[in-house]
Structure formats: structure tokens, C-alpha cells
Design a protein around this ligand. Structure first.
Ligand code: NAD
Ligand code: GLY
Length: 363
């Protein structure tokens, strides 16, 4: 097992434990919980496989459980309110701990409930999808969706610990695994060219479920994210780079109806759009764009947006993006492979050209 740390100010630093068997180590989970009461929140898909592993580590505590409906379409204020209602009905106090057992949908909603319940209680992330293990469980971004925009209602609230058991990936459907790989590839593009090159070489092993390769990909992703979050916890600067492809991706998710495109799939198509924009601005070569496309394709990820979405469909969503400042769309754009910037000078003409170019690739 490997333990990384998210180094934050005050006493808020927390560990990320990664390995095969992490959830078999009762002491590890027990030590992440303060107080005598916990609420485990999951859904039926995940609970069937993993709830008992968590329950068994907490036999000396009062344990409540709540299973939420499964899916991005349920990442709503209404579902979130259900978590708060149960906490109140079961008399959870300020010393309670919430445990998020599931993918990014569960993690984001439970984190937001923990941020708000009695003005903030502790929570632990136990991510069970690849996407949640490499991205959403780390960094304290919590949220629910609004019909008008993805993750538009939320808070920064850091977990007390992140427990990543790579054994959970064995039951993950292939499409969900691929969606997680989009975020893994993102780290290579924005921050680590040699990791990107490693991914190009290790794609076959990762697809075959090679445990050593998977563990390395998760560790490297978490290490990059932990470093960026430690530097810029509330996204005043460098943390925005973690949103490569997301401005386009969130537009796809909202426009297509939450859950129809997986988040990672929308990010994959969005990253190609961002790379295409970077090529038009001559900060990435056609050859580098092609390498990104080929790597995404190795994992059967989409490299174009939906055929029905032209620039006029993207732009209203992009204007509501959380990075917009003084009405200007700000985009994360790669600078070659391994580096990126936040650009606020992309003209509408270039935005339209990139979206329309990618649309042509699709037809
Ligand atoms: P998800 O939570 O919907 O999980 C995907 C599916 O896999 C679900 O049906 C789930 O029940 C199932 N599942 C989970 N673990 C499983 C397992 N081990 N075996 C079998 N099935 C399993 O989706 P996701 O991709 O994990 O997360 C996407 C969400 O994360 C989006 O809402 C996105 O906005 C959010 N996100 C947040 C951050 C952040 O920093 N907070 C970062 C990236 C993404
Ligand atoms: N997933 C983007 C971030 O955590 O900042």
C-alpha cells in the first residue's frame, strides 16, 4: 500500500491510501473516523459488492446506511436533501462522519452534504470507480447539478481521508473504466509529458487490468492532483488546469441530458476540442493533437462531440462556465503535451472554428 498526502494549511492535511486490500485494513478506516456515529452513503450497485467491507471495519460505532438512486441524473438538490433528512431523523450531531462509498456522483453529493450539515461535518471518501479514484475523491470539490449547469451548486470541503482499494475496479463496467482513463490522460496532457508517454506504452496492460500498471496510473494521477490542490486549494490559479476539456465537456453533459454521456466521455471529447483550439492558436502541433486522439481511441473514448451539437449549442453553456470572469470565457488549453495554461483571449471566431473543425472530423 502507498500513502500520499494532500498538504493543506492548518490541521487539514489528509492521507490518500492506495492499494489492493486497503478496505481489508479495518484500522485504516477506523482511524479516519472521529466520533461514535457514522452514516455510510452508497447506492445499490456499489453496496452489493462493497458495503459489507466497510461495515465490518466499524463494528464499534453506531452505523447508519443510506442507499441513493444510481446515476448522474440523481445528482440533484433533492437527493442531497435526502441525506440531510436522514442525518436529522437519526439525530446525528456535529461529531458525525459521513462515508461516501461509490463513484464521483456519490462522492460529490456526500461531500456537499458534509459541507452543509450543521455548517460542516467530517467525511471520508471511498471511491470505487477509476474516475473517482484518480480525480473526484481528492481535492474537496463537492457539488450537485442544476438543470442549467453541471456542478453549479456546491462548496469546497475537504475529506478527512481517501481510501482507494484497487480491487474495486474488478467489478467496474468497461465503459466506466474508459471514462476514468480520460481523467488519467488529462494529467499527462496538462502536467506530465513522461506520464503521457508511459500511458501510450502501457495502454495494453491497463486495458488488460494489469494490477501494477493500474496502481501506478492511480498513484501518479493522485500525486499530480494532490500537488496542484495543495498549491491552490480553492482554484484561484493553477487548479483551473485540472479542468482541461471540462468547459466543453460540461456543455455536452448538460445539453445531452445528465447521464447520457458519461462525465469522462464528455471530458475526452472536450479535451480534443481544447487541443484543436490550441492547434489553431499554434501552441500545439497537429502531430501532438493526433497523439492525444490516438491515446483516447485506445480506450474507446469519444474524440468528437455529439453530431447534433454545433457551436451555437456549445456557447450558451460555455458562457455559464465557472471559470468565466467579467463575461469572458476562460479556457484551459494545452501548450504541447505536458503543460497547459488558462487562456482568456480566445476569440469567438477561434472557438467556433475549433468546434466546427471537430464536427467535420465526426462526419
Ligand atoms: P458514477 O459515480 O455515476 O459511477 C459510475 C457508475 O459505476 C455508477 O452506475 C456506479 O453505481 C457504478 N459503480 C461505481 N463503482 C463501481 C464498482 N466498483 N463496480 C461496479 N459499478 C460501480 O460516475 P463517476 O464517473 O465515478 O463520477 C462522475 C461524477 O464525478 C460526475 O458527476 C462529475 O461531475 C464528478 N467529478 C467530480 C470531480 C471533483 O473534483 N469533485 C472531478 C471529476 C468528476
Ligand atoms: N476535477 C477538477 C478539480 O478538482 O479541480
Amino acid at each position: 500500500m502507498k500513502t500520499l498526502s494532500v498538504a493543506l494549511e492548518g490541521n487539514r492535511s489528509y492521507p490518500i491510501h492506495i492499494g489492493s486490500g486497503v478496505l481489508g485494513d479495518a484500522q485504516l478506516l477506523r482511524s479516519a473516523v472521529c466520533g461514535s456515529k457514522v452514516l455510510i452513503v452508497s447506492n445499490a450497485t456499489v453496496a452489493r459488492h462493497y458495503l459489507s467491507w466497510v461495515r465490518e471495519a466499524l463494528t464499534d460505532l453506531v452505523v447508519d446506511e443510506l442507499l441513493l438512486p444510481d446515476g448522474e441524473a440523481f445528482k440533484t438538490l433533492q437527493t442531497w436533501e435526502g441525506i440531510l433528512s436522514l442525518l436529522l431523523e437519526r439525530n446525528h450531531g456535529r461529531d458525525t462522519t459521513l462515508i461516501a462509498l461509490g463513484g464521483g456522483v456519490i462522492g460529490d453529493m456526500v461531500g456537499f452534504a458534509a459541507a452543509c450539515y450543521q455548517r460542516g461535518v467530517g467525511f471520508v471518501q471511498i471511491p470505487t470507480t477509476l474516475l473517482a479514484q484518480v480525480d473526484s475523491s481528492v481535492g474537496g470539490k463537492t457539488a450537485v447539478n442544476h438543470l442549467l449547469g453541471k456542478n453549479m451548486i456546491g462548496a469546497f470541503h475537504q475529506p478527512q481521508a481517501v481510501l482507494i482499494d484497487t480491487r474495486c475496479l474488478a467489478t467496474l463496467p468497461a465503459r466506466e473504466f474508459a471514462a476514468g482513463m480520460a481523467e488519467v490522460i488529462k494529467y499527462g496532457i496538462i502536467a506530465d509529458r513522461s506520464f503521457f508517454e508511459w500511458l501510450e506504452g502501457a495502454a495494453g496492460q491497463l486495458l488488460a487490468g494489469d494490477s501494477e500498471a493500474l496502481t501506478y496510473a492511480i498513484e501518479r494521477s493522485c500525486a499530480i492532483k494532490a500537488r496542484i490542490v495543495a498549491e491552490d486549494e480553492t482554484e484561484q490559479g493553477v487548479r483551473a488546469l485540472l479542468n482541461l476539456g471540462h468547459t466543453y465537456g460540461h456543455a455536452i453533459e448538460a445539453e445531452q441530458g445528465y447521464g447520457n454521456w458519461l462525465h469522462g466521455e464528455a471530458v475526452a471529447a472536450g479535451m480534443v476540442l481544447a487541443c484543436r483550439t490550441a492547434v489553431l492558436r499554434q501552441q500545439m502541433t497537429e502531430a501532438e493533437l493526433e497523439r492525444v486522439i490516438q491515446l483516447l481511441l485506445r480506450f474507446s473514448l469519444p474524440v468528437t462531440g455529439p453530431r447534433t451539437m454545433d457551436a451555437d449549442a456549445f456557447l450558451p453553456h460555455m458562457r455559464r462556465d465557472k471559470k468565466v470572469k467579467a463575461g469572458r470565457i476562460r479556457l484551459v488549453l494545452p501548450i504541447g503535451i505536458g503543460n497547459a495554461e488558462v487562456a482568456d483571449s480566445v476569440t469567438e471566431e477561434t472557438l467556433r472554428e475549433a468546434i466546427n473543425d471537430c464536427g467535420r472530423c465526426a462526419s
